[in-house]
Design a protein around this ligand. Structure first.
Ligand SMILES: [Mg+2]
Length: 113
């Protein structure tokens, strides 16, 4: 298992692009790789095949770009996950958030509507 800090460091050190165009490269790369996930899924429909492994491989590419964008924007992956959970919990009713907490036995931020 790769720990978050190790993966973040790996992504930073395996990047190959002009540093003066870092943000542009990472943004376009993220969009491109997300498109490759969609393309692999599209081919499942067209060719009636199971592209699960290809989809997972492309999601890994998405993660690489997303990780480097997180580094560029000064946020860790776990902080990003926490912020996203907070945002989505804010869209839940209090009952939905409570039911989720109970079903998962987990803590969620208390910002549900
Ligand atoms: Mg790819």
């Amino acid at each position: 298992m790769v720990m978050e800090a190790t993966y973040i460091d790996f992504c930073k050190h395996s990047a190959r692009y002009p540093i003066t165009k870092e943000k542009e490269y990472l943004m376009i790369g993220l969009m491109n790789e997300a498109g490759e996930v969609g393309g692999a899924f599209k081919k499942e429909i067209r060719d009636d095949v199971d592209n699960k492994e290809l989809i997972i491989d492309e999601m890994g590419d998405v993660l690489w770009y997303l990780t480097n964008l997180c580094t560029l924007y000064g946020i860790t992956l776990s902080d990003l996950m926490h912020k996203n959970v907070s945002k989505l919990v804010g869209r839940m009713t209090e009952e939905q958030a409570r039911n989720y907490r109970i079903s998962q036995g987990t803590e969620l931020p208390n910002n549900a509507k």
